[in-house]
Design a protein around this ligand. Sequence first.
Ligand SMILES: O=P(O)(O)OC[C@H]1O[C@H](OP(=O)(O)OP(=O)(O)O)[C@H](O)[C@@H]1O
Ligand SMILES: NC(=O)CC[C@H](N)C(=O)O
Ligand SMILES: [Mg+2]
Length: 588
Amino acid sequence: MMAKGGVSAYRPTRRAIARPLVTATSPSRFARSSPGGGVVPPTLQPPSSGGAGRRQVKRKCGIIGIYKTQGAAAFELYEGLLMLQHRGQDSAGMVTTDFERFVEKKENGLVKDVFHSKSVMDKLPGNVGIGHVRYPTAGTSSALEAQPFFVNSPLGIFLIHNGNITNTDKLRERLQGSKSFFNRCLRTSSDSEVLLNVWADAIHRAHQDHLKRNKIVGKQDIQKEVVTSIVFEAGKEMMQKVKGAYSCIALVKGVGLVGFRDPNGIRPLVLGKRTTMVGGAPKDEYIFASEDCAFGPIGYQRVRDVHPGEMIIITEEGEMVSSMCAENTKLNPCIFEYIYLARPDSVLNDISVYKFQLELGRRLANQVKEKGWDVDIAVPVPDGARPIAIQLSAELGLPYREGLVKNRYVGRTFIMPEQHLRELSVRRKLNAMSAVFKNQRVLLVDDSIIRGTTMTQIVEMVRSAGAKEVYLASASPPVRHPNVYGVDMPSTKEFIATDQSVDDIRQALGADGLVYQDLEDLYGAGYSMNSDIDKFDGACFDGKYVTGNIDSEYLKQLEIDGRGTDRRKGKLVSSLGEGDKSGVQFSM
Ligand SMILES: O=P(O)(O)OC[C@H]1O[C@H](OP(=O)(O)OP(=O)(O)O)[C@H](O)[C@@H]1O
Ligand SMILES: NC(=O)CC[C@H](N)C(=O)O
Ligand SMILES: [Mg+2]
């Protein structure tokens, strides 16, 4: 079944969907091959989330799904994934379909490396598809856990997920419970695979109930509308059971393209549309994506955000139907998306990320004013802090200067176990210009300070470049608590703000002054732009988790691992027992 070039085709028969799926993923490649196919010695593997090195902090996932009426979806998915690459760099994957044949390709690596040639793209046929870029926040960084995930029964479902499930272990136990006759076989330690199986299990049982209720015995064709309502009904059960953050897109055989968002709307998911002429008549085409910055380049317009707890189905025939799958929903978007994670050209939950950042700059300026520092110039830490610093300097009447030059070609750096190597990675990326800093009293502006590695290095560089005094302004408050909703953060022990006063932190960073954005100002910036927001998720600042109490065991594990569950790199932990030593892909 494995096609040449690593693309596997899956063609379910009309009724029985029982054929094994062999994915294009080869776990042995994770350990041995570079994206370009060259051999990489083990010590120079690109960093996984399991590495101790200084990594890029933009650690979450990006998802996209496209329904076209004609022509291949794969090329548009590819372009869309490139626009979402900032959300995850560990793996990329896609499934496309004409709802008869499903073709999947996923691997560790960047979008351009996984989908490296036209011949790879040409093997992804069909006018509908989904695509994922991953930065792991649960499970391992093994290529086995690259997305989409697939279940053969019921129906045949491929799913992609952005977010993090906080009750994975309990759900896993129930799904695999020996007392359950219909126990499900999980193949990895991924939380997304668990979510998919909870939904699949609920669809299976909702179907059984339907047969019982209507006294249907034997084989009978089931109307498409009934299948759709079963999928919605199962969505309700899934949303009751699954805790945490999840924005998902799925391809469901016999149903269509499905997008849904958790009842708190923590991670973003946006719906877009365009109209095309088919046989002289206008037809709608649809797109879902984590960020609407992906829409423009491929010709879609933003319609709206998917509501918290909402499930939208674009049927195989192209009709859009929607259902609320949860009661008492709240809009609790992650505030970090606006500070740092999302691109400034995105609009999420009806708030422009760029305008949010300008507002952060305006509010931060007030706090700098209160300090009464004498400074000559304001300089952003590129790229994320630019809009913040532009507005801040305008408010303060300070010259805005670009003094830190970024090397665009460094890309992701290798695992660096030692602190001095971590520091080197900052210096590789940024260089301070004495033409800007010499004899200046400088105000450096960054979006956030997490470990403090970046800022400590920059302060030193800026002083070496001749600055007389160095003051710091962070557009977000001190980060003191773990993020459990799909942003991979270091353990709280590594946060520079843990158990430290602002003055301790200033000293540790080597600065003459330090000001943090006030928490109320941070939230206020967002509330002023969308009054429908119930409360932002800002747990990494205030320790208040919007989904309620987080299991203390879970948090303890997070402290040990730096994230939710098993982070044993590349190791398959499944119902089949510990495996993966041989690099053998299980197919069932
Ligand atoms: O305190 P630290 O642990 O060093 O992390 C904080 C830094 O990390 C992020 O930048 P990053 O360099 O990851 O990416 P960017 O270039 O997109 O800002 C963020 O914008 C801060 O600059
Ligand atoms: N950052 C994310 O959204 C990751 C999704 C999922 N938790 C995974 O680790 O694969
Ligand atoms: Mg930065």
